[in-house]
Design a protein around this ligand. Structure first.
Ligand code: OAD
Length: 255
């Protein structure tokens, strides 16, 4: 693993325009559960019953009571981990230009990244379905389910439910970032949900190197990753940024 991390550090130091695509796996070390696999949300909840827009419109109280309430508890308590901090450091060093994230908890911004495309929207804010008033999720009173705005309308998270379109502007800027980058870091995603899963393929077809960081191999590993660094995202990003700082000669003591 160490050899691959050193290889990635060299690749990133030489790159001119690195972009990252992240998924739920990057936040697992912050205590946020993934969707698929062991301990995943979809192991406990049927996404068609709790995460589809039709299910929400039919019975918002049920979806709030089960899924959204739990997600709110997570966002009220979770903090960025070493993987998020590592990506913030890479932006700070001028290496990482953009993050395209499928995650909705705002951890990258909390860690300090400024160019973040929230492909599946944002759970940090709720929007009234009647008057469009916005309220921070942490400030929503869940004493009443579903929570309502002063106008009486029901709040919904600003993230995408299954059955909803990716906002075209997010799709467009993500595709543009993917086709312009020279390295795409793909971190902690099962790469199974479209159209996000196509983003690394766009990068690859445009000539970028695709470097995956994940616990396990994914369909992407076979299709288009140049190499995969297997392990925990937080540990890998920490070692990777330390190695990049060494290559940049940052933090070394004067002779
Ligand atoms: P998944 O839950 O499908 O996949 C998480 C990936 O992270 C898996 O490939 C794991 O092996 C990997 N993983 C887990 N822990 C890790 C760790 N500590 N370090 C590195 N890798 C780790 O999550 P996504 O691919 O993000 O969409 O899911 C995509 C979309 O499916 C989500 O955005 C969501 C969901 O349904 C919507 O809600 C619209």
């Amino acid at each position: 693993m160490k050899d691959l991390i050193h290889r990635a550090a060299g690749d990133l130091v030489r790159s001119k325009n690195a972009v990252a695509l992240t998924g739920a796996g990057i936040s697992v070390e912050s205590g946020i559960p993934p969707f698929r696999g062991k301990g995943g949300l979809w192991e406990r909840f049927d996404p068609m019953e709790y995460a589809h827009i039709d299910a929400f419109m039919k019975n918002p109280a049920k979806v709030w009571d089960v899924l959204i309430k739990e997600m709110k508890e997570v966002i009220d308590n979770a903090r960025p981990n070493d993987a998020h901090k590592g990506l913030a450091r890479l932006e700070n060093l001028g290496i990482l230009k953009t993050i395209i994230t499928q995650n909705v908890y705002g951890m990258n911004q909390m860690a300090g990244n400024t160019d973040v495309i929230e492909f599946h929207g944002n759970f940090a804010w709720q929007r009234c379905m009647e008057c469009n008033n916005r309220c921070e999720t942490t400030k929503i009173d869940i004493g009443q389910i579903p929570p309502r705005c002063e106008c009486g309308g029901i709040y919904r998270p600003e993230c995408i439910f299954f059955g909803e379109m990716i906002p075209p502007q997010y799709l467009r800027v993500s595709e543009m970032a993917a086709s312009a980058c020279d390295i795409m870091l793909v971190i902690g995603t099962s790469a199974t949900v479209q159209p996000a899963a196509s983003i690394p393929l766009i990068a690859k077809q445009a000539g970028a190197k695709v470097i995956e960081i994940n616990f396990e191999r994914t369909p992407l590993s076979i299709e288009s990753s140049d190499y995969i660094i297997m392990g925990k995202a937080g540990e890998i990003l920490k070692t990777l940024t330390t190695e990049i700082e060494r290559l940049f000669n940052i933090g070394s003591s004067p002779d």
